[in-house]
Ligand binder design. Structure first.
Ligand code: FES
Length: 87
């Protein structure tokens, strides 16, 4: 992880668009799943490009978190599925 999650003080990730880590995470959590989508929604990455590695890192972390949540939900669904006795 490049930047700390839950830091008390927002950190500016993109100087060109004045986007903080909190804003970036909010945009990604709200559905921006690609660099282009992040650029459109908040402008991060659309200027000089210096922040693109951080944006990619945030997108990667989000994908990993979603995959883990999906895995847990699938495991819960399987474990809670009632086994029907044959009629
Ligand atoms: S710092 Fe983000 S585009 Fe320049």
């Amino acid at each position: 992880m490049i930047f700390k999650v839950g830091s008390e003080v927002p950190m500016i990730i993109c100087i060109c668009a004045n986007v903080s880590d909190r804003k970036l995470r909010a945009v990604v959590a709200d559905g921006a799943a690609t660099m282009r989508a992040v650029e459109r929604r908040c402008g991060a990455g659309a200027g000089c490009g210096a922040c693109r590695a951080l944006v990619r890192e945030c997108l990667r972390e989000s994908r990993e978190t979603r995959a883990q949540v999906t895995q847990v939900m699938m495991e819960l669904a399987v474990s809670e599925t009632p086994v029907l006795a044959p009629a």
